[in-house]
Design a protein around this ligand. Structure first.
Ligand code: MN
Length: 133
């Protein structure tokens, strides 16, 4: 097909929830290079709003956020019938066993410790995205 878009990531939409600007810009850049559409949220409230309005295919969720933390955002989204199927991957620097369990208990589907590995990230998220029709 003569699709102008970059083949790798397709038009799938990823919501990046991260309050730290440097971290957010890095993740956004990696995702865009890999052909994904990216939406950004800088706090928990915005994360919930944008999930509802944009219906992303996947959410990358920092757990420590202003207003509503990532655990609570995840719990709320996973209680919502329309939104619970969206995979949520937690991102946090506190890569300790307890945090990982807490993230999964809140409803996160997977957990990626920070700092992110820019080469691994696309592979790590790929498993949680449905292949393009
Ligand atoms: Mn944070």
């Amino acid at each position: 097909m003569d699709n102008k878009g970059i083949q790798k990531g397709s038009s799938q939409k990823i919501l990046v929830v991260e309050d730290n600007q440097d971290n957010r810009e890095l993740v956004v850049k990696v995702l865009k290079i890999n052909g994904y559409k990216v939406i950004e949220a800088v706090d928990g409230e915005e994360a919930i709003e944008k999930t509802k309005t944009e219906k992303p295919d996947l959410i990358l969720m920092d757990l420590f956020l202003p207003k509503i933390d990532g655990y609570e955002v995840t719990r709320r989204l996973k209680r919502d019938r329309d939104l619970r199927r969206i995979p949520i991957i937690a991102l946090t620097a506190h890569a300790m066993k307890g945090d990982m369990e807490k993230a999964l208990a809140a409803g996160c589907d997977y957990y990626i410790p920070k700092p992110i590995d820019v080469r691994e990230l696309p592979k790590q998220i790929k498993h949680f995205l449905k292949p393009n029709p």
